[in-house]
Design a protein around this ligand. Structure first.
Ligand code: COA
Length: 382
């Protein structure tokens, strides 16, 4: 396998994009990435999307986007792994270049969630239909069960969980593309509407329209085109039972620990070598569980790590400097690519007010459903 770099990024504003179609936003992000990379051709395209069909009635998104970009007959593939579709699209693009099959590849992600679909039902199609969804559970409900288990097993407090949302909104206030740029307090989180006990409105990622794209290429091409870029040093994935009730524990996500173990083994890195990370905070409790499962602290101490500032922008390991899914927004298929964009901006010193000092190695963790699929990508500054 040869070395692969990320040399261009493009992203739309995240939020309610009523005046644009799913094709418009994907093309907007893709053209920005192509322009940023200063390239004149692409060998193949990957499109991460959870469900164009359920959200806007449009499937076949690989060919649709290649056509709308004016790039047919370039090979174009849609990649689906629920909310991890973006991260998996990036992994397929990485393998395409690393294997020598392609020289320059576009990895994108898109979702248009606000166009009238029953969003909660569409999202629930990524959970176990025959037991979980049949009995009425939704994703807020599944993560509420994880939160209750964590609070019971580790004495994690409601305030510690709320602190994740407060930190991420603070980071997102400095991200011009974020859906919610307002800062919030612990009291506001605790007093927001109850969604699924104990999770409240301000514990949830929102319903978002958005697209993101990055350009990957071989190191040889990258060195000719740019002096300031990041390289990919690990791209791993793992899976777990789709249904929460089938797991031994609600408070450890096995797909996350497996994908992380593999990434650390491949790179020879320890969790303490990671300078910052973007993690999948679809609900506040998810950030705490994932932080622990990535090995950044001992199991059970994820809540106190947030309150003590370990994960803040100026902390020992800043988490979700982009604002995370909570503040930046969660257009499910685009999320994994947006995480890579934050890594790339941090590692090339372009993150502005969100910049992590001396950022050399960043990790992105993207997962589907209640953690049945997970991909981890680690990037290093060159
Ligand atoms: N964070 C902050 N504010 C939010 C928000 C969120 N997650 N969701 C909505 N809001 C705001 C809206 O902007 C609106 O503000 P306004 O009154 O000032 O305009 C207000 O709260 C009500 O918005 P509305 O769209 O009516 O909320 P809702 O009750 O329909 O939806 C949730 C709220 C939390 C249920 C919805 O965002 C949701 O389902 N989130 C989870 C998505 C999910 O499961 N993703 C997959 C993860 S696995």
């Amino acid at each position: 396998m040869r070395e692969v770099a990320v040399i261009g990024t493009g992203i739309t504003k995240f939020g309610e994009l009523w005046d644009k179609s799913i094709k418009d936003i994907f093309v907007e992000a893709a053209l920005k990435a192509i322009d940023d990379a200063s390239i004149d051709h692409i060998d193949s395209i990957y499109v991460g999307a959870m469900s164009g069909g359920l959200f806007v009635g449009q499937e076949h998104l690989g060919a649709v986007m290649a056509d709308y970009l004016g790039m047919a007959p370039v090979p174009a593939t849609r990649v689906e792994s629920a909310c991890a579709s973006g991260g998996m699209s990036f992994k397929q693009a990485y393998l395409d270049v690393a294997s020598g099959n392609s020289e320059i590849v576009l990895a994108g992600g898109v979702e248009k969630m606000n166009d009238g679909a029953d969003v909660t039902a569409a999202l629930a199609s990524a959970a176990d239909q025959e037991y979980e969804v049949y009995n009425g559970i939704t994703f807020p409900g599944l993560y509420a069960m994880i939160a209750n288990a964590h609070m019971y097993e580790y004495k994690t407090t409601r305030e510690q969980i709320a602190a994740v949302a407060v930190k991420n909104h603070k980071n997102g206030s400095n991200n011009p593309n974020a859906q919610f740029r307002n800062q919030i307090t612990i009291e506001q989180v605790l007093n927001s509407s109850l969604v699924a006990d104990p999770l409240r409105l301000l514990d949830c990622s929102p319903v978002t329209d958005g697209a993101a794209a990055v350009i990957l290429c071989s190191m040889d091409v990258a060195k000719k085109l740019s002096k300031n870029f990041a390289k990919i040093i690990a791209s791993t994935q793992a899976s777990d039972s789709i249904a929460l009730y089938q797991r031994k524990s609600f408070t450890t996500l096995n797909a996350v620990t497996k994908a992380a173990d593999l990434a650390y083994k491949l790179t020879g890195l320890k969790p303490s070598d990671i300078d910052f990370a973007e993690v999948h905070d679809c609900f506040t409790i998810a950030e705490i569980v994932v932080f622990e499962d990535l090995g950044f602290c001992e199991k059970g101490f994820g809540g106190s790590a947030v309150v003590e500032g370990m994960t803040s922008l100026d902390g020992k390991i800043p988490i979700n400097t982009s604002g995370g899914l909570k503040s930046k927004g969660h257009p499910v298929g685009a999320t994994g690519i947006a995480q890579i964009i934050e890594l790339s901006e941090q590692l090339t010193g372009k993150a502005g007010k969100r910049q992590v000092k001396n950022a050399r190695i960043g990790l992105a963790q993207n997962m589907g459903g209640s953690g049945a699929s997970c991909t981890i990508n680690i990037l290093e500054a060159v």
